[in-house]
Design a binder for this molecule. Structure first.
Ligand code: PMV
Length: 323
């Protein structure tokens, strides 16, 4: 039996599009910040008395269909270890409120860590990153803390994450604005595939990401939070343009997403540097230097309510232990 804890991450340069659906090889590199406030703790126990894998998330037993991706990762662990037994999987998401916030990244990273250790495999972090990738692309990056890049690679062995700065030594923070915590209507898997196959703009996306990756790495080297925010905001808007320009077009934004984006632009116009990013859902994450936290928090609390704001700092990489 083993337990792992992994923190979620939010991409500053987005992964949006697969090159290989089964291996989850991305079209491009991506880069993220692991957050301290949101994490998943998962325990795995292989037990040959079980008839099938038993998956419980936040106290609810998943049916076979809902647990499909979990079975897939467990099957990969069984293949690698030679074990054949089903497993008990018990997972708890630690979030400050019932938030729909990138839980698949922390969930599949924690599952990869706990399942591989419980099966007696001693995987290094690169191998863990590759295994987490098979559950959910963004989980690839949640093996490491701080600023992390996922190199797209060209096959299973070469597509993994690596740390850029595990211990972040400057003031970058992210404030989550919880617009809506319900489950998303368009899965990221479907949304990506629609964008890749039907948006006429998709063909320029890989070049945009290459350019943004180089620029943001330079900004990270310079510890320049405002440059990081500027690049991340533009990259996020260009990612979301791929959904709007798909056929049929769709969006993850709600009216309140746009309201929050405008509130952040208004703060900027008042001379308070802050930037936004959004993923496959309506919630907005604000990127800023901690010295500007107070006025940003005050302005957004007045508009959205303080109970819908969560301040997150850079978080740590995966921890795994035997029970
Ligand atoms: O890991 P997935 O399949 O849920 O995809 C994540 C996609 C984004 O969150 C929108 C971008 C990213 O790089 O995390």
């Amino acid at each position: 039996m083993a337990t792992a804890r992994a923190h979620t991450n939010i991409a500053l340069i987005k992964y949006w599009g697969k090159r290989d659906q089964d291996l989850i090889l991305p079209q491009t590199d991506s880069l993220s910040l692991t957050l301290d406030e949101f994490y998943t703790t998962t325990t795995v126990d292989f037990d040959d008395r079980l008839a099938a894998d038993q998956v419980t998330i936040d106290g609810t037993v998943l049916d076979q269909q809902a647990a499909r991706k979990v079975h897939h990762v467990l099957d990969l662990v069984r293949q690698q270890s030679g074990l054949t037994s089903p497993a008990w999987v018990t997972s708890t998401n630690h979030v400050p409120m019932a938030a729909g916030l990138a839980s698949s990244a922390s969930a599949f990273a924690a599952l990869a860590g706990a399942a591989s250790r419980a099966a007696g495999l001693d995987l290094d972090r690169r191998a863990l990153s590759r295994l987490a990738r098979r559950g959910s692309g963004s989980a690839t990056r949640s093996i490491y803390g701080g600023l992390v890049e996922w190199r797209r690679g060209h096959d299973d062995a070469t597509s993994y994450a690596q740390p850029i700065m595990e211990k972040v030594d400057f003031g970058i923070e992210m404030m989550a604005v919880m617009i809506n915590t319900a489950k998303k209507k368009v899965s990221s898997r479907y949304g990506m595939q629609q964008s890749v196959t039907t948006s006429p703009y998709y063909q320029v996306w890989p070049a945009i990401v290459d350019y943004d990756m180089a620029a943001i790495k330079k900004a990270i080297d310079n510890r320049d939070v405002n440059a990081i925010g500027r690049i991340a905001e533009q990259n996020a808007l260009r990612m979301h343009a791929l959904t709007l320009s798909a056929d049929p077009g769709f969006t993850y934004f709600t009216g309140e997403t746009i309201t929050a984006m405008n509130a952040i632009r208004a703060l900027r116009d008042q001379g308070i540097p802050c930037y936004f990013t959004m993923d496959a859902g309506p919630n907005v994450k604000v990127i800023y230097d901690r010295q500007n936290r107070q006025p940003i928090h005050q302005a957004l609390a007045a508009q959205f309510g303080a109970d819908r704001l969560v301040v997150a700092k850079p978080g740590p990489g995966i921890q795994i232990w035997n029970n």
